[in-house]
Every structure is written in structure tokens, then in C-alpha cells.
Design a protein around this ligand. Structure first.
Ligand SMILES: [Zn+2]
Length: 341
């Protein structure tokens, strides 16, 4: 049985660790139906055997860490998708399915289960364009207190289900929400990895949040009643705000490779602990097109591997991929990167 203390020991001794490929887009590419509101979230309940298969694919492709399919399983999102009565079931199952895949996979290395926490409190229904809880990652219609409750609910379910640690996959510019997530995860007593996405702003500074801003995703937009979102926050400022919460690892994720390159440099300056990077393929259309197999990614596997090698050379210990980059991208990693930084 893999335990976090073993992973911690490996990180302390400088081992490189492979994180999985993007979970939801991998499921999408396997043909698992994506919910219009809650994306891949309900599939823990509706397509459990596909979830196990997806994790097995990740493990067989070399992932040391597999991530639970819980990026879209917060109560307001599931409620709006019609799964409000299944919040416990969907979140607990996500952990159990990952554990089952770990058990089934016959590999002679340790596999760790990371519990994904996201900022995806979506209410947008792309069929109607209607905004319920409003923007995707900016959570403007949700108060800090409500956020604490929602994250507290899922972190306690996942901790009880036996997740090894949490990974805060908070996209966007709402650093307050990111901190709330990290604090909720911390309260379980488990280790917490905290992620940031970033882009290079017009003044060439590395800014918090995504560059892609389709209006229907509305990231960074302000809505009536919104909490104070900082459109002008640099990645440096955001990382500095999060460090007092006590993250175990800081990650740069869900950013195009060229943005991630710059963001990694910033993270190295601001944080002396273990670093992680997992870029995305930058599909700029709506969520449901994140893994359109009729289109090829702009970045080839070789380009990704080059970038990953560079990050490892700079000291990034954990590498993997985010939306749009499938398991074929992580498969060559073990051969391509050194065993230690
Ligand atoms: Zn992503």
C-alpha cells in the first residue's frame, strides 16, 4: 500500500515523479459522455468501470500519481446538473475507483491517489447560455462562507474515502477561493498541493489566471455581487499569498507550455519546496471540446517532452499533463527524464 510518507521521502531525496495525464479529457476521449453542466463529474456514478479503466491507462502509461475524477463534483455543480442527492456517493466513489485501479494495476512501483479539488462551480448551461452560479472559475456569486462549506464537504468525504493527499486545481484569478480550498484540504490533516495557472500579460509580466477568455467561460469577468477578484494579480503575488497556508508542493498547471515556461521561473523564485508542472493543450473552445479527437494538438509529444525535460533540469520534480494532452504524452516521460533532479 502506497503511503504519502513514502512519496514525501522520495521528494525529499530529489526523485522525479510522474503525474497522470488530464483525467476529464482522457475520459472524454474514451467516449464517456460529458455532462453539460458538471462535465466529467457525474461519470463516477454513471460510468464507474470507465473511470477504473482510465486510471489503469494512466498507471500503465507511467503515472506514479493518479488523480481522482473530482474536478467537477462540488455540491452546487452537481445540484445544477441534477445529481444533488449524490454528492457523497460521487465523491467517495471517485476515490474508491482510483484505489481499485491501483489495486488492479500490476506494476512494481507505488501509486499514489491525489484528490482533485477545483474551482469549478459552474452554472453555465451551454445549451441555453444561462448562468446559474455564474462564472466558471471566478465563483463570483458564491460567498467565502459558502465556498468554505462546499469545499469542507468534499474534502471530508474524500479524506474519509482514503485519498492520499489533495491537489488544489484552482484555475483562474480568484486567489481567495484558491486559499479557501487549500485551507479546507489542510483541515483534514492530509498534505495539500496547490496549483496555479498563469499567462504572460501585455506588459510581459507573468499574471495569475488563464489567457483564454471565451466570453462564455467568462473567467475573470465581474458579476454583480462578485467577491473581489483581482484581474491584475501577478503569479508572484498569488504564490506569496498561498505560502502561509502551508502547501506541500506548488504546481503550475492548465497553462500553455510557453506560459508554463515563464510561470515555472516565477515559482522557482518564490518557493523553495517541491515544484510540479502539468501544462494543457490550449483548446480555446468550450469545455466540451477539450478533447476533440478530430483535431490534433498544436504541441507535439516531442515538444511537450522537451519542455518537461527543461523543467526537470530547472528542478521541477513532478511532471504530467493537463487538459487535452492524453496519456500518449506522459508515456515517454520516464525514459526521457532523469530519475532524480
Ligand atoms: Zn486542465
Amino acid at each position: 500500500m502506497a503511503e504519502y510518507k513514502d512519496l514525501k521521502a522520495r521528494l525529499d531525496q530529489g526523485d522525479t515523479i510522474i503525474h497522470d495525464a488530464a483525467v476529464s479529457t482522457e475520459l472524454h476521449s474514451m467516449g464517456v459522455p460529458m455532462d453539460f453542466v458538471a462535465w466529467s463529474g457525474p461519470s463516477n456514478y454513471t460510468h464507474p468501470s470507465s473511470i477504473i479503466q482510465m486510471h489503469e491507462r494512466q498507471i500503465n502509461s507511467g503515472a506514479d500519481i493518479i488523480t481522482t475524477n473530482t474536478w467537477s463534483t462540488l455540491r452546487p455543480t452537481l445540484e445544477r446538473a441534477g445529481y444533488g442527492d449524490f454528492v457523497r456517493e460521487i465523491n467517495a466513489r471517485a476515490v474508491h475507483l482510483a484505489q481499485e485501479a491501483r489495486q488492479r494495476a500490476s506494476v512494481d512501483r507505488s501509486i499514489y491517489v491525489a484528490g482533485s479539488l477545483s474551482s469549478n462551480i459552474t452554472g453555465r448551461d451551454p445549451r441555453t447560455g444561462e448562468m446559474g452560479f455564474q462564472a466558471f472559475s471566478s465563483t463570483p456569486g458564491v460567498s467565502a462562507e459558502e465556498l468554505r462549506d462546499h469545499y469542507g464537504e468534499v474534502t471530508s468525504i474524500m479524506a474519509e474515502a482514503g485519498v492520499d493527499f489533495f491537489i488544489v486545481e484552482a484555475m483562474g484569478r480568484d486567489n481567495e477561493a484558491r486559499i479557501i480550498q487549500a485551507e479546507a484540504a489542510k483541515e483534514t490533516g492530509l498534505p495539500v498541493w496547490v496549483g496555479f495557472n498563469a499567462h504572460v500579460g501585455s506588459n510581459n509580466s507573468v499574471m495569475l489566471g488563464g489567457q483564454q477568455n471565451p466570453t462564455h467561460v467568462a473567467e475573470g469577468k465581474k458579476y454583480p455581487g462578485a467577491r473581489n477578484l483581482r484581474d491584475d494579480m501577478t503569479l508572484s503575488e498569488a504564490i506569496r499569498e498561498v505560502i502561509p497556508v502551508g502547501p506541500d508542493v506548488i504546481s503550475i498547471f492548465h497553462s500553455r507550455i510557453e506560459n508554463a515556461n515563464r510561470a515555472v521561473e516565477v515559482a522557482i523564485k518564490e518557493w523553495s519546496g517541491p515544484l510540479m508542472a502539468y501544462p494543457d493543450a490550449g483548446a480555446t473552445d468550450s469545455l466540451i471540446k477539450w478533447r476533440d479527437l478530430t483535431k490534433s494538438n498544436e504541441e507535439s509529444i516531442e515538444e511537450y517532452i522537451d519542455a518537461a525535460q527543461n523543467w526537470v533540469n530547472q528542478g521541477v520534480q513532478i511532471v504530467g499533463t493537463c487538459c487535452g494532452f492524453g496519456t500518449e504524452y506522459i508515456k515517454p516521460l520516464r525514459e526521457a527524464i532523469p530519475a532524480k533532479v
